[in-house]
Design a protein around this ligand. Structure first.
Ligand code: ADP
Ligand code: MG
Length: 345
């Protein structure tokens, strides 16, 4: 692999969280209904994501980890209508490039038995073996010793260990909330000898539910679930835009609504958006001000109440292809969004 390619991989996969994010997104794109994330030694030894999705077709396996290989984008015009999380085909390749080694296990529902492959730095697969670890269908990707070849990055990841469990969890919660029908679980293990326990003291599970409200109840407790309400509204003049918001009820108890860290969840078509960095920051401010007025708090309160905002719109009306991690977004007409949110508020 050339230096340029290594440098590029380090830009796509900036930290351990980026690995977790890309693997989860691939599982969701493969229609998984259960996603399990396992960290050994806080992800420094390995990060593994197992799903029960469609699996990878035999024909695709040779190329899935190749640079720019994607099964999701057929032609450039599709970029305007693509609704999957991935479309650039660089994540898997980059993750393998910065890991000491990588293993992919996969099985489609047509396959009689699952197969396991080693993946090298260039994305070549080898050493095919049968595996019984996948029953119906699914994929299981494990990356060992991430950033082993980027020593400064690895050192930084080590330094960040005290915050990393929290950050991994926050990331998983972002996807878990937006996909109530998917079971998510994660656990941390300290073993380094290859044994991956199924349960542990650090395990976290969000079962499949039938609604985001129920998911909120499971993740944050019934107090919060009872203190919020949902609004779904389509723009009558612009029917390709719908806002789905879960906001504090009028007069709900501030101690419940402001509890915990910044519980602000902003999505576009279920894709988590970094609202602080995006044009959507003002939306969060409007909700914050509105709730503060509702409960009569004074203007100095700059904390954000719990909020969930999913902007559903046609993919040709925005562009997420700005940052490698796709959490920054530009809109063709953000005013439409602001107006609709204002109307709901
Ligand atoms: P992208 O998601 O942008 O297509 P990736 O590098 O993340 O690119 O993945 C490359 C390809 O590998 C995907 O297009 C998909 O075909 C396949 N793939 C990766 N992870 C999974 C998974 N968990 N289940 C099924 N297919 C997968
Ligand atoms: Mg992807």
């Amino acid at each position: 692999k050339t230096t340029i390619q290594h440098l590029h991989s380090g830009q796509v996969i900036v930290d351990l969280e980026a690995i977790v994010k890309e693997l989860i997104e691939n599982s969701l794109d493969a229609n998984a209904t259960s996603i399990e994330v396992v960290f050994i030694n806080n992800g420094l030894e390995s990060i593994q994501v197992k799903d029960d999705g469609d699996g990878i077709e035999e024909n695709d396996r040779l190329c899935v980890a190749k640079r720019h290989y994607t099964s999701k984008l057929v032609k450039f015009d599709d970029l305007e209508s693509i609704s999957s999380y991935g479309f650039r085909g660089e994540a898997l390749n980059s993750m393998c490039a910065i890991s000491e080694n990588a293993i992919i296990m996969t099985k489609t529902k047509e396959d009689v038995i699952g197969k396991q492959y080693d993946v090298d730095k260039e994305g070549f697969i080898s050493n095919e073996k049968p595996t019984n670890s996948i029953s119906k269908s699914g994929t299981n990707v494990t990356l060992y010793k991430p950033f082993y070849n980027l020593p400064v990055r690895r050192q930084l990841a080590k330094k960040n260990i005290p915050q990393s469990t929290r950050k991994f969890q926050d990331l998983i919660v972002q996807y878990a909330l937006a996909h109530p029908n998917v079971r998510f679980s994660s656990h941390q293990a300290r073993d380094t000898v290859g044994y991956i326990p199924n349960t542990g003291n650090n395990s976290w599970i969000k079962p499949a539910t039938t609604s985001i409200e129920k998911t909120i109840g499971i993740i944050y407790g019934s107090q919060l679930a009872n203190a919020v309400e949902r609004f779904v509204e389509t723009d009558i003049h612009h029917p390709t835009l719908t806002i789905d918001m879960i906001l504090p009820k009028r007069n709900s108890d501030p101690s419940v609504i402001y509890k915990g860290g910044d519980r602000v969840f902003v999505y576009v078509n279920q894709r988590p958006i970094n609202y602080v960095k995006s044009e959507l920051k003002e939306l969060v401010t409007s909700v914050r001000n509105r709730y503060r007025e509702n409960v009569g708090l004074n203007e100095n309160n700059r904390k954000n109440p719990f909020m969930y905002i999913d902007i559903q719109m046609s993919p040709d009306e925005y562009d997420v292809n700005i940052d490698p991690n796709k959490t920054t977004i530009y809109f063709q007409n953000k005013q439409l969004i602001f107006n609709l949110v204002d109307k709901i508020l």
